[in-house]
Write a protein that binds this ligand. Structure first.
Ligand SMILES: Cc1cc2nc3c(=O)[nH]c(=O)nc-3n(C[C@H](O)[C@H](O)[C@H](O)COP(=O)(O)OP(=O)(O)OC[C@H]3O[C@@H](n4cnc5c(N)ncnc54)[C@H](O)[C@@H]3O)c2cc1C
Length: 207
């Protein structure tokens, strides 16, 4: 796959005056294909993607779980049952790593090792805060519903959550400590892909 060639140059650091999440330490420095680092797109990708894979360590063992999520101004919000292990660990102050990925195209190449993909990807490191204030909970859950279902309206398309519904559901604010974004775009990058006389086929297949 075309991620293999090593590029060790640093990505541009995020604007230190911005409140948007960005690289802060060496753990968010993109090493392979540093030219694909796009720290200025972190928020755009977090607003546009649909699934967050939330990973943490419990008793020395890694665990990862997919969640729907909502992003606002340096915060990722996830929700679920209070018995959910990931939410419990966040409630206890455990830090997490979160992967948010959009697969854009699959890339076929005339060269085996250059089959690849166009993607938009964000990695977030953060820590949790359980939201207990009912008004805050309601606002964020409504915003999350509106993000996944633009145009649907409370009282028109669905009845609002009751206080009891909100109490039964745990909502967690993952405050982003630092984040990085990486993307690949463009045509297949094999050495013969733009040579019409070379046998084989090369193309981008949108997903
Ligand atoms: C696209 C998507 C979006 C989701 N969004 C939400 C959400 O917003 N809120 C929410 O609470 N849940 C969501 N889920 C379900 C979520 O992934 C968990 O299954 C759920 O939170 C219950 O976890 P648990 O407490 O049973 O599992 P845990 O106790 O956290 O996990 C125990 C084990 O169960 C297995 N397991 C748990 N979940 C999955 C899974 N999804 N796939 C395969 N194996 C699994 C794993 O082996 C895991 O180690 C989503 C799932 C998907 C696929």
């Amino acid at each position: 796959m075309d991620e293999m060639p090593a590029r060790d140059d640093d990505p541009s650091p995020s604007d230190p005056g911005s409140s948007a999440p960005g690289p802060r330490t060496d753990r968010t420095r993109i090493r392979r294909h540093a030219d694909r680092a796009v720290p200025e797109k972190i928020e755009e990708f977090l607003r546009a993607s649909l699934i967050a894979h939330v990973a943490c360590v419990e008793d020395g063992e890694p665990r990862v779980i997919p969640f729907l999520y909502h992003y606002e101004a340096g915060h990722l919000y996830i929700h679920g049952s209070p018995g959910n292990a990931t939410l419990r660990l966040l409630r206890e102050g455990r830090s997490v790593a979160v992967a948010v990925t959009r697969l854009v195209d699959l890339l076929a190449s005339k060269t085996a090792s250059f089959h690849s993909a166009n993607y938009q990807s964000v990695i977030v490191y953060g820590h949790g805060r359980q939201i207990t204030d009912m008004a805050e909970k309601r606002r964020i859950l409504d915003a999350m519903t509106a993000r996944y279902f633009p145009g649907r309206q409370t009282l028109v398309d669905y009845e609002p959550a009751t206080d009891e519904d909100l109490t039964r559901m745990e909502l967690t604010d993952i405050q982003i400590d630092e984040a990085s974004a990486k993307m690949r775009e463009g045509d297949p990058g094999g050495p013969h892909d733009s040579d019409p006389d070379f046998p084989g086929s090369a193309f981008a297949k949108p997903v």
